[in-house]
Design a protein around this ligand. Structure first.
Ligand SMILES: Cc1cc2nc3c(=O)[nH]c(=O)nc-3n(C[C@H](O)[C@H](O)[C@H](O)COP(=O)(O)OP(=O)(O)OC[C@H]3O[C@@H](n4cnc5c(N)ncnc54)[C@H](O)[C@@H]3O)c2cc1C
Length: 411
């Protein structure tokens, strides 16, 4: 029995057994194309269709949206999404592509949308018939998110939107967007309101999506321009001027503290990829040469790999510690530090891989001779984005310092 299964309630144990049976009988099939390393690097329709089909099947089987009310398209269970996630990862199933929808839009809708809106939107989000993206960042509003300037002007029961969002992951495929907008220029925080927008339906009618090409050649994120886009007031979440408070729900989930509130995010799981993982470095070293010898025999490299495994395992144990009453003095500390710690570990893992590969790290995924399919150099380049997305490491450290350690606020 796995350590996770040992703590199951009777409902979770029964559900775990159901998940295992279903997952053992349902294969996602072999993709016809190379899959990206994560959802925010989906570039091609074929990649999306494969992953989308898998999410749809998992939802139909009850493995997604488990803890949401039945009326919202969920399974009406209690604390079972965690179980489904563990079992999908254990079975090595593909990752769920609607990551921004499951991880952020769904809990935000659940807590802040009118019943009719969430009942309309959540089933399509869970099944992946609708892809979601997040329109928060702007050229002048990243770390200082409350500086959002994209403006929504009220005209009766409609809003007219003008402005420019940037770094919008998955917008090139998205049907819907969660959108933080300024509705009052006289107040920074109270001048923000929160909306959902059917961006695919509005393409060419007030919305333009322009992909940004990354150093890796991938088009993971985009610029999104709004020119007099008209939307109904029915798409507003919570009250006018309460956008900052609604955005805190989204950010709490984006930064990994979502499972502390219910329903759990239903972010779903990814196949445990050897790329980016410290244990994957062992195989890479065994199959690489260094000064004509097997790289795994180099004592300095062996030490680097061990250090990464220790850090990775330490981080996992920390996450377990957060669940044991009395062992964690501040329950939000570990979830809040998870994104910071894991993104930096993955970046350092990839740096060790580059060291192991030496000159061969210049071979990309398009080169037939690239060791391990060229995935490690790609992971190395993408790892820099992960330490910035969802709040840069410096900002995460500020949050931990101020909110957990009680240090003086940064100016
Ligand atoms: C891969 C990726 C995917 C993304 N996806 C999305 C998305 O889907 N939707 C979306 O809305 N946004 C998305 N973003 C944007 C992301 O949220 C912002 O990049 C991030 O919040 C940082 O903002 P910025 O890029 O404007 O940098 P800035 O805020 O300009 O920061 C620049 C540097 O200054 C530092 N800094 C700024 N303020 C402080 C401070 N007070 N104290 C210490 N250091 C500070 C930062 O840490 C950083 O190193 C994505 C970004 C990446 C990299």
């Amino acid at each position: 029995m796995s350590p996770q299964a040992r703590k199951d309630t009777s409902e979770q144990a029964e559900f775990r057994s159901y998940c295992r049976d279903w997952l053992s009988q349902h294969d996602a099939g072999t993709p016809a194309v190379r899959l990206p390393q994560s959802a925010i690097e989906i570039m091609h329709r074929e990649q999306l269709d494969y992953l989308r089909r898998w999410q749809g099947e998992a939802y139909a089987a009850g493995l997604i949206g488990c803890d949401y009310p039945v009326a919202e398209g969920g399974g009406g269970r209690k604390d079972c999404q965690r179980v489904a996630n563990q079992e999908m990862a254990r079975a090595g199933k593909p990752f769920l592509p609607n990551i921004l929808g499951l991880g952020m839009a769904a809990p935000t809708l659940h807590f802040h949308a009118q019943p009719a809106l969430k009942e309309r939107l959540l089933p399509g989000l869970f099944s992946c018939s609708d892809i979601w993206c997040q329109g928060f960042s702007e050229p002048g509003a990243g770390s200082d998110l409350a500086n959002v300037q994209t403006f929504a002007e009220r005209k009766g029961d409609k809003w007219i939107i003008n402005g420019h969002k940037v770094w919008t992951s998955l917008a090139h495929f998205a049907d819907w967007m969660i959108l933080l907008l300024r509705t009052d220029k006289s107040s920074k925080y109270d001048g923000l309101s929160y909306f959902v927008v059917p961006i695919k339906a509005a393409l060419g009618k007030g919305v333009t999506v322009r992909p940004l090409i990354k150093i890796t050649g991938e088009t993971g994120f985009n610029e999104v321009f709004f020119d007099d886009l008209e939307i109904s007031d029915d798409y507003r979440l919570d009250e006018v001027g309460k956008g900052w408070q609604v955005a805190q729900t989204t950010l709490l989930h984006e930064r990994g503290a979502g499972p502390m509130v219910t329903p759990s995010s239903g972010r779903g799981s990814a196949k445990a990829s050897a790329v980016g993982d410290a244990y994957g470095l062992i195989d890479l070293a065994k199959n690489s040469l260094r000064d004509g010898q097997c790289a795994a025999d180099d004592p300095l490299l062996r030490d680097d790999i061990m250090q990464m495994i220790i850090r990775q395992e330490g981080s996992k144990q920390g996450a377990r510690r957060a669940k044991v009453e009395g062992l964690c003095e501040h329950p939000m500390r570990i979830p809040l530090q998870a994104k910071l710690v894991m993104s930096e570990i993955r970046q350092d893992n990839a740096a060790v891989a580059i060291d192991i590969l030496g000159a061969q790290s210049s071979l990309s995924i398009n080169d037939d001779n690239a060791p391990a399919g060229g995935e490690w150099p790609l992971a190395y380049m993408n790892s820099y984005g992960i330490t910035i997305a969802a709040g840069a490491s410096e900002i995460q450290r500020n949050i931990l310092g101020e909110r957990i350690l009680g240090m003086a606020k940064s100016k």
